[in-house]
Design a protein around this ligand. Sequence first.
Ligand SMILES: [Zn+2]
Ligand SMILES: [Zn+2]
Length: 472
Amino acid sequence: MTTLIRGGVVVGPVSAQPMDVLVDGEKVVALLAPGDASLGSDLAATATRVIDATGKYVVPGGVDCHTHMELPFGGTFASDTFETGTRAAAWGGTTTIIDFSVQKQGERVQDCLAAWHQKADGNCAIDYGFHQVIGGVDSESLKAMDELVDEGVTTFKLFMAYPGVFLSSDGQILQAMQQASHNGAMIMMHAENGSAIDVLVAQALAEGKTDPKYHSLTRPWETEAEATNRAIMLARLTGAPLYIVHMSAKQAVAVLQANKDEGWNVFGETCPQYLYLSLEDQLSQPGFEGAKWVCSTPLRAKAEHHQDELWRYLRTNDLSVVSTDHCPFCFKEQKEMGLGDFSKIPNGIGSVEHRMDLIFQGVVNGNISLERWVELTSTTPARMFGLYGRKGAVAPGFDADIVVYDPAGRTEIGLHKTHHMNMDHSAWEGFTIDGHVDTVLSRGRVIVDGNEYLGAKGDGQFLKRGLSQYLI
Ligand SMILES: [Zn+2]
Ligand SMILES: [Zn+2]
């Protein structure tokens, strides 16, 4: 079974060149310059399938390294299952996700990971891996980290927020980082000062400030920048690599930048919501509407000028990755749990379907280059999380996870337009993209063809990941 994708421009992190791509089975086997007859003068005649990519970009499938399918949160569950969420991802040109298995105080890490395997196994449309959240750092969970590294779960997420639920003390964080510095794992950090935030939240509620916008106003940028600095200092003490998730405050990234400049293995990601959405335009909408955009870290004030700075940090590689932090909740009954008390609104936005499009719009708008789009959404996340060689590039030997992207196409995002995520609204309603995901291949199989979905649940396989391939 061979597939020839011809006539397109193959885009990678360092080049965009006219190339034909030959796929055999699940792998890319050759890139051929136009007119190259070294494998035969008429490959199209012998290929099982020919995909015409004339005028289009041929890019590696997206790697979304931060999703939460079926996550239990605040008394409910994220509304996408592994089945619905990975299918929506495929529609949007993402062919790999890395989701978070979650352990809490008192639970056995291995049991939690087994439970996440059970949720995903046989249900995914695309390949997937896991990070492990360690919500209870103790001698047992520290030992378990070594075991998980051997099983291909090579990254461990800790929280400086959510006291009493996920928060680790500084001492616990230090211990987990020491463990990582021995077993080679990377620590991922939710960097917000949760203890300070809880005080601000209680004070706001006591003053009758209950609307969704107070979610952001009680998590000011200082709480992110402080925690970011603390996480980095603790990581420096241990030498463990550190990856800070969902960064939204320019001041926090400035701290990261200063430490990167000193040569430390510290990295950061941001998400589309922080690049496009804001406290003023979304979170402050009248009534309870703003609940749709409650996520943590929060959408920040346009007046503080974070967005342009985040784009700049993406250009300068002070931010290395764009993930989604996909964590969808329906408005009815889920977001509504926080009516009259913003602190009870489940935290999360659904974007797994739209990341490739939204960041491509950054190319159209002149924020980043075409090559940088691929690097931020596919190549670097693959390298960062030990998947490079299989994922993150259209190159011989790599899995044939390929997107044919039409820069002359158009994508109207909205609930009754493009919407395959299992939620009753879109946080991106009305956004229009000057581009379109035309065709998606996952390990050589066409799973999205124009407006048709050809994949099936269970197509996706678990990815045992290696250690980070991005360290300096
Ligand atoms: Zn988080
Ligand atoms: Zn998250």
